[in-house]
Design a protein around this ligand. Structure first.
Ligand code: SF4
Ligand code: MG
Length: 317
């Protein structure tokens, strides 16, 4: 992903006369490696779900380049995009809303097979059975409707639907945040097993830093539409450098005593500013305990602080 931007035009006044730009994703670049999980974290509204949707081209990117397996896909038409849609699937945040209540489980899981016109007739029935068992449910559940299942089971159905067309890359958009805590680990463990078994690549969008730590190989931290830190999971959690990352992580209870040292809770001042009117320079400066004069004037670029650990903060200079 190179210099990706997704801006939305938003009506500001009631009469609709003036509009303003919401820079939901503003010049974000990163690489996701095959077979790995890239965890994207940040508070709600920071642009992480928009990135997921833009990668699938559910939103047209405003600028920048998306390259999948060496192929630029940014400007493909809907028809040209079809083979890529088969390789890229999505698991949604809300298993209640993402399954059509009028469709049986068999229809829901079989739907992508029909869209891509694969596994016809009896093969499709067998494939759907195979998928439901793959996610730990029983074949005799197939003629039931979504409301007959618990939240965790529904998310399993959503995962089976995503896996149906044998994708290579899955965007998991807060896949566990609507689930009971007791179910969350089961679903995450299942995603990990599926990754291993099928060599899947994930973009795992979440505001849950301990879950991201558990599942990810690389992690990106977003604030108001920009990536502020990017590193391997080990580097990020043992040597976090951006003041925002430090504050986010300091709020998470730490189970690992190696990283517990100096992990005093940092209280950020104020709320996240409106993305319609972000601060000049570094967007984090209104809440940053270390802000300098320069921070108001110049947006810090994402720079390598060593080992491919990227940080966007003037303190690095
Ligand atoms: Fe804080 Fe300045 Fe660094 Fe932004 S650039 S995080 S305001 S020190
Ligand atoms: Mg979201």
């Amino acid at each position: 992903v190179r210099n990706l931007k997704k801006h939305f035009e938003v009506q500001k006044s009631f009469l609709g006369r003036s509009s303003t730009l919401l820079k939901a994703v503003d010049d974000v670049s990163f690489t996701i490696f095959r077979g790995e999980t890239f965890g994207l974290v940040g508070e709600s509204g920071c642009g992480k779900s928009t990135i997921g949707r833009t990668l699938l081209k559910l939103y047209e990117p405003t600028a920048g380049e998306i390259i999948f397996d060496g192929q630029p896909i940014t400007r493909l038409t809907h028809k040209e995009m079809l083979p890529y849609r088969k390789k890229m699937q999505m698991i949604f945040q809300d298993p209640y809303a993402s399954l059509d209540p009028r469709m049986t489980i068999a229809q829901i899981i079989g739907d992508p097979l029909a869209v891509h016109n694969i596994y016809r007739g009896k093969d499709r029935v067998d494939r759907v059975k195979e998928l439901i068992e793959l996610v730990g449910l029983k074949a005799d559940h197939l003629n039931r409707y979504p409301h007959e299942f618990s939240g965790g089971q529904r998310q399993r159905i959503g995962i089976a639907r995503a896996l149906a067309v044998e994708p290579e890359f899955i965007i998991c958009d807060e896949p566990i945040s609507a689930l009971d805590v007791s179910i969350q680990a089961q679903v995450v463990n299942m995603l990990e097993e599926l990754q291993e078994r099928f060599g899947l690549t994930y973009l795992f969008v979440s505001h849950d830093l301990s879950m991201v730590r558990h599942i990810s190989h690389k992690v990106g931290v977003m604030y108001l539409g920009s990536l502020v830190e990017y590193a391997s999971v080990h580097d990020l959690y043992t040597n976090m450098q951006h003041p925002y990352t430090r504050a986010l992580l300091s709020a998470v209870p730490i189970a690992d005593p190696d990283t517990a040292e100096g992990s005093e809770r940092i209280h950020l001042q104020g709320d996240v500013p409106s993305p319609l009117n972000p601060p000049s320079g570094c967007a984090f400066r209104t809440r940053c305990p270390h802000a300098l004069h320069r921070c108001a004037e110049e947006k810090p670029a994402l720079k390598d602080s060593g080992n491919g650990h990227l940080v966007a903060c003037h303190l690095l200079d």
